[in-house]
Design a protein around this ligand. Structure first.
Ligand SMILES: *[C@@H]1O[C@H](CO)[C@@H](O)[C@H](O)[C@H]1NC(C)=O
Length: 392
């Protein structure tokens, strides 16, 4: 927990949309479900779950620390998981703050790394570049980098420039806007980037997986639903449940605005879309009964909702539109290439009853094997380290 608490506010914010995803229907429900946003930003997942009556420090009901550890080991967690077992532990170097790089029990900076996990924090990225350039100059290494965090790739170089004039401690001078180019050079094996809003040479959309902090008090609910989920037992068509934690994003994010307008129209209802709200503990058991989940973009490029849904053998439907009206997010194209059985649209109104039937026919046969082979720590690792090009 110490890492989590001491993380920068940017990262703390990053986690909020991640755990988002349950929608209220009427204004009364809306008011009831709204929680103090300033508290949420301050306390992150902790405060957000707290507002739902869930103590994020406690292990999920019916679970144990040992059970949680095996959940973390089995399923890929990339957010707030630096000090957790599983995916992040497999990297040679791992850091979401510069102090993590300097912690010898986490990182051996003298040993040339093949795999690195870092946050989008400019300080971390700059430290990483400087250290690799200094310690392993001229060494050709097929390194890969995984970058977790909410700073969009389109802004990575700009952030470098912003920090340019800051007076840092000696030896900590930032990289002056050449970040993307340098990372590409230092990581010829590829850079996996979560907030992949634009395409850049040598960079790919990173599969996001689950949020460890959010799962701690909820993992038994997820585990039970994952075990019970079956493509044969999905009596309901499509669920639209978003914005419970962040209703304010409905005004800011085009995909949310559009979904809010469309979801209660006749065509949406006729297509079988159910607009509902579920508390975090109930969400898993309910979602597994649906064939589809509509996942509008949140405050970040990708949402763990995608993986949560696929773990329940429910097909996520997303739209490409980014943070700005008319913009197109690059991430989903990459995810499709990686093998994600998802539906990617330009607009929600493309959803009709016949289309849903067609998508289900096409995608449902892929769901079980994708879950088994790809939505695991090992599956993510094989993708990220280039052992498989496409996971199925
Ligand atoms: C270094 O990392 C280890 C392992 O996560 C942790 O237990 C320890 O507290 C860290 N030390 C410092 C000085 O941060």
């Amino acid at each position: 927990m110490t890492f989590i608490r001491s993380m920068g506010s940017a990262l703390l914010l990053a986690v909020l949309p991640a755990a988002d995803g349950v929608q209220m229907t009427g204004t009364g429900v809306l008011a009831a479900a709204r929680v103090d946003r300033s508290a949420m930003v301050e306390g992150g997942v902790e405060a957000m779950l707290g507002a739902e009556g869930i103590n994020s420090e406690e292990v999920s009901e019916g679970g144990s620390e040992a059970g949680l550890v095996s959940f973390f080991e089995k399923y890929p967690h990339t957010r707030f998981s630096l000090d957790k077992p599983g995916f992040v532990q497999r990297f040679d170097w791992k850091a979401t703050r510069v102090s993590h790089f300097k912690n010898a029990s986490l990182n051996d900076l003298k040993k040339n790394p093949k795999t690195v996990y870092a946050s989008t924090s400019p300080d971390v990225i700059n430290f990483l570049i400087k250290t690799l350039e200094k310690n392993f100059k001229g060494k050709k290494t097929e390194r890969v980098l995984y970058v977790s965090g909410d700073l969009p790739l389109s802004k990575l170089d700009k952030e470098g420039k912003v920090t340019k004039n800051k007076k840092g401690a000696k030896g900590k001078k930032p990289v002056k806007g050449k970040t993307i180019e340098k990372l590409h050079k230092l990581f010829p094996g590829g850079v996996w980037y979560e907030s992949f809003d634009v395409s850049k040479k040598g960079f790919r959309a990173a599969p996001v997986g689950l949020n460890a902090q959010y799962m701690r008090p909820l993992y038994t609910f997820a585990e039970t639903a994952i075990a019970a989920a079956s493509v044969e037992n999905k009596p309901r068509m499509a669920l639209a449940a978003w914005g419970r934690f962040h209703p304010e994003l409905d005004d800011k994010i085009p995909a949310r605005q559009k979904l809010a307008h469309w979801v209660d129209t006749d065509p949406a209802v006729e297509a079988g879309i159910e607009h509902k709200t579920y508390a975090p503990k109930d969400f898993w058991a309910k979602l597994r009964l649906y064939k589809f989940l509509l996942v509008p973009r949140s405050g970040s490029v990708q949402s763990p909702r995608l993986e949560e849904s696929l773990l329940l053998l429910t097909v996520p439907i997303v739209t490409r539109e980014g943070e700005k009206t008319g913009s197109k997010e690059a991430a989903y194209k990459d995810l499709k290439t990686l093998g994600y059985p998802i539906v990617v649209l330009d607009d929600w109104s493309e959803i009709t009853a016949p289309k849903l039937d067609q998508w289900w026919e096409e995608l449902h046969p892929k769901l079980e094997s994708f879950r088994k082979n790809c939505l695991t720590t090992e599956g993510f690792w094989q993708l990220v380290t280039g052992q498989v090009e496409k996971c199925e």
